[in-house]
Structures are given as structure tokens and as C-alpha cells.
Design a binder for this molecule. Structure first.
Ligand code: NAD
Length: 321
């Protein structure tokens, strides 16, 4: 039997797996993210052998120190930019994530954000509920079509490819993409066209959708200069990680007609928003819910638990990063 600490309440499926495997599970009962001090205090209360943490927990040296016995941190997310990976490596700590199960869910959501902003659905919803609709009009809330337009995908991994396939097959869009490594399968399957650089994608895409991980090399991948390369009629969609986009520069670009619209599920300094962003009618913004379906959040909980169970059994966990 091992002691496991879970930093916030997650769907029961994974917790049940941990208990069925005979482990002792403590779950934070705070309705929100633990502060660093609270997390350190909680981790020092017992000799924990494993920690199940969330993307909202910043896991650094002091946290690893407080959980001195824990040789596995199972992150309840596909991204793992919230953990200090160099420090984990130094300490021989295994980090796992929950990839794969989110792919369809997040790519459906990216499509939903594209449609929401391009077809102006939130604006139309607000307008109608405010009882401002006084009859059909030829130029009321004009949006754009997707058919025949170009979708630019930045990062054609699991989610990026899945969005590309949906946009091509479901909406008859042309696909161009940039990734540090070309995706030949995607090219064969939907005739996606590889471009040599981010800039080449930005210059020709009508909708740009971002699916790179947050790394030093992708921080502010989209900045003021790159926004200026986009078509004034183009839309930018971000369901990856907030800091990939310079949010202040994006607000400026949206205000000044440098680009036409944006759909954002992630923000640079969550849960804070850049000054001026909430007031923009040409930005659809949602609270990091791209993977938030009952099905997927349940499966993520099971995967995070399985990673811990296998590790504690002396096996290689399936999703070691
Ligand atoms: P993945 O690893 O399958 O794909 C990422 C792709 O980005 C890879 O093909 C990689 O080669 C490419 N890449 C890396 N650095 C690059 C660079 N500098 N330029 C261009 N391409 C680069 O990951 P995934 O499962 O598709 O997830 C992508 C990201 O989506 C995750 O890292 C995570 O941060 C984010 N995500 C967000 C949510 C949400 O709720 N909004 C949910 C799940 C995942």
C-alpha cells in the first residue's frame, strides 16, 4: 500500500482505481487551487509516495522537496509546462501526462471556436437575448464562409492533425501547416501542404489554429511582428497554451484591424486576462474548457491513476514524459 496525494478533486473514476489497487488516497478538500504554501504543508503531512497534480499546480524544487518520498508526479493534463522537468530529472522523479484521450475532444472544441468566431455566434446570441432583434436584415452580423478557405495549423501533432482532418473533411478547407517535423501521414491523408516556417503559414492562412506545446521555443511564437504578417481578414485560434501568444499584442491587433478575429481558450496569465480583451466583440474567449467533457475528464482521471499504479508496481508507466 502506498500513500497518494491528489491536489484537487477530480472525477471519481481514477480515485476508485487507486483505492481498488489498495492505495491510501488523500484529496485536497479546498474548492480551488492550493497556494504554494498550502501544497507544501499538505505534502509534508505524510510520507507520500506519489502525487497526482493538475496543470494549475506549479511544481518546482520546493514542491519536490516537500514530497521528498514521491518519485512520481502524475499530471492530470497532456501539457506539462507546469512542472520543472529539469529538476525532476535531477531528482530521478518520473513525470507522466494524459495524452491521446483529449485529442478528439480538444479538436472538436477548436472547430467549435473557429465556427463561433467566424459565424459570430456569441455576438448573435447576446444580440438576440438583449431583445435587439427586430427582423431579418440583409447585412446583420455578417460572418465568413469556411469552404475553400485555408486553415493554417501550427503544430501538426495529435490535436493539430485531428483539427486539420475535421476542417478538410467536414468543411472542405485547404490545409497548410508548419511543424518542426513534417507529418507525412497528414500530407498523404488530406493533402495538407507543409510550409517551411511559421511565417509562411501566417501569410496565406484565413484561419490559423495553434497546437504546439509551451516550450522556450514556442513562448510568444505569435508576437506583434507575426500578427502583422497575417491577412487583415484572418482569424487566430488558440487552444494550446496562453503564453504561446503575446496577448497584449493580440489585443492591439484585434483593436486596430490587423487581424479580423480570435478564438481563445487559454491565456497568458490565467485566470487573468490582458487589458482590453474582455471588451472585444471580435474575440470569443472561454475559460480553458477545451477538454472539459464528462467523457474525457473521466478518462484523464483513469489514465493519471493508471500511471501511478503501474509506477508503484515497478512497471514503466504508459505515459512517462
Ligand atoms: P503533440 O505533442 O501531439 O503535438 C505537438 C506538436 O507540436 C508536435 O507535432 C511537435 O513536433 C510540434 N512542435 C513542437 N515545437 C514546435 C515549434 N516550435 N514549432 C512548430 N511545431 C512545434 O501534442 P497534442 O496532444 O497535439 O497537444 C498540443 C498542446 O495542446 C499540448 O501541449 C497542450 O499544451 C495543449 N492542450 C490544451 C488543452 C486545453 O484544454 N485547451 C487540452 C489539451 C492539450
Amino acid at each position: 500500500m502506498a500513500n497518494i496525494y491528489v491536489t484537487r478533486k477530480i472525477p471519481e473514476a481514477g480515485i476508485s482505481l487507486l483505492k481498488e489497487a489498495g492505495h491510501d488516497v488523500d484529496i485536497s478538500d479546498k474548492d480551488g487551487v492550493l497556494t504554494k504554501e498550502e501544497l507544501i504543508k499538505a505534502l509534508k503531512e505524510k510520507e507520500y509516495d506519489a502525487v497526482l497534480c493538475l496543470l494549475t499546480d506549479k511544481i518546482d524544487t520546493e514542491i519536490y522537496e516537500a514530497a521528498g518520498n514521491a518519485k512520481i508526479f502524475a499530471n492530470y493534463a497532456v501539457g506539462y509546462g507546469n512542472l520543472d522537468m529539469d529538476e525532476a530529472k535531477k531528482r530521478g522523479i518520473t513525470v507522466t501526462n494524459t495524452p491521446g484521450v483529449l485529442t478528439d475532444t480538444v479538436s472538436e472544441y477548436a472547430m467549435a471556436l473557429i465556427l463561433a468566431v467566424v459565424k459570430r455566434i456569441p455576438e448573435g446570441d447576446k444580440f438576440t437575448k438583449e431583445l435587439r432583434y427586430d427582423g431579418w436584415a440583409p447585412e446583420l452580423l455578417l460572418g465568413s464562409d469556411l469552404k475553400g478557405k485555408t486553415l493554417g495549423v501550427l503544430g501538426a501533432g495529435r490535436i493539430g492533425s485531428s483539427v486539420a482532418i475535421r476542417a478538410k473533411r467536414g468543411f472542405e478547407m485547404n490545409i497548410v501547416y508548419y511543424d518542426i517535423k513534417p507529418n507525412k501521414i497528414l500530407e498523404g491523408e488530406i493533402e495538407a501542404e507543409y510550409k517551411d516556417s511559421v511565417d509562411e503559414v501566417l501569410k496565406i492562412a484565413d484561419v490559423v489554429t495553434i497546437h504546439v506545446p509551451l516550450l522556450d521555443s514556442t513562448r510568444h511564437l505569435i508576437n506583434k511582428e507575426r500578427l502583422a504578417m497575417m491577412k487583415p481578414t484572418a482569424y487566430l485560434i488558440n487552444t494550446s497554451r496562453g503564453p504561446v501568444v503575446d496577448e497584449k499584442a493580440l489585443v492591439e491587433a484585434l483593436n486596430n484591424g490587423i487581424i479580423h478575429g480570435a478564438g481563445l481558450d487559454v491565456f497568458e496569465d490565467e485566470p487573468n486576462l490582458a487589458h482590453g480583451l474582455p471588451e472585444l466583440t471580435n474575440a470569443v474567449i472561454t475559460p480553458h474548457i477545451a477538454s472539459a467533457t464528462r467523457e474525457t475528464r473521466g478518462k484523464m482521471s483513469e489514465i493519471a491513476a493508471t500511471n501511478i499504479i503501474d509506477f508503484l508496481d515497478g512497471k514503466e508507466p504508459p505515459n512517462k514524459v
